[in-house]
Design a protein around this ligand. Structure first.
Ligand code: MGP
Length: 216
């Protein structure tokens, strides 16, 4: 939460400074201008390109890492919004050191809160994804933020998906806190239900759906 405040603070400060420069006509030596604002964690952004000639792992590429508010926005503004990606592509934002795959030690006992957007909701995709990124880099889930490993957006013909991955699917209390706060942050209607599924169930599923361990 503190970091989200920093984000807003930074934006206000930037506007402030611009005004000052315009009125004074001179550049003030303001330390605030030069110090980047640290995030609680370092994050890595990954991109998945659906090339059928390669394996799933080969299609996953690290784009960049960042650990300040300023570098987050620089990266965010530099890359395509999810809605502009080719169908079959993903972005993944994970804490540095955790690969965005079920097999990573930090993910293998975990699962994900999964939001599936029907096709009419494609226009909301970018807004939901930005809010998800802000929840992560802003550590918005109180102590339960520790449980967060990362988030994924899948751009798919059958309906886009956004998920928040957590480290241990047995940590019900933290998972429920994350789910409830996430739903509030996305401003989803009360009647909209999102479900949490373990990676174990997702990776071994035989049909098209995976059973929910929890829902909010
Ligand atoms: P997907 O990209 O998560 O969802 O998984 P999609 O495309 O909507 O497909 P669906 O099965 O959910 O309907 C697609 C496929 O990518 C999976 O069936 C796996 O073969 C592969 N895959 C996805 N993930 C997240 C992993 C992973 O973490 N590890 C490995 N090895 N393969 C994965």
């Amino acid at each position: 939460m503190r970091s989200v405040l920093w984000i807003h603070f930074f934006l206000l400060k930037a506007a402030d400074t611009e005004d000052q420069q315009q009125t004074d006509g001179q550049v003030l030596a303001n330390a605030e201008q030069y110090i980047k604002h640290p995030l609680q964690n370092r994050w890595a952004l990954w991109y998945f390109k659906n090339d059928k000639t390669k394996s799933w792992t080969e299609n996953l590429r690290l784009i960049s890492k960042f650990d300040t508010v300023e570098d987050f926005w620089a990266l965010y503004n530099h890359i395509q919004q999810p809605s502009k990606l080719v169908l079959g592509c993903d972005y993944c934002l994970f804490k540095d050191g955790i690969k965005p795959m079920w097999e990573d030690d930090k993910n293998k006992l975990g699962g994900r809160w999964l939001m599936t957007l029907n096709k009419q909701k494609h226009n909301d995709l970018d807004r939901y994804w930005m809010e998800t990124l802000l929840c992560l880099v802003g550590e918005s889930f109180d102590d339960a933020s520790e449980e967060v490993c990362g988030a994924v957006v899948n751009v798919r013909h059958k309906g886009d998906k956004i998920s928040i991955w957590t480290g241990n699917c047995q940590n019900k209390e933290a998972i429920m806190t994350i789910g409830q706060l996430y739903k509030e942050r996305l401003n989803l209607p009360m009647k909209a239900i999102i479900g949490y599924q373990s990676h174990d169930d997702t990776s071994s599923k035989s049909g098209s759906t995976t059973k929910n361990m929890y829902s909010v």
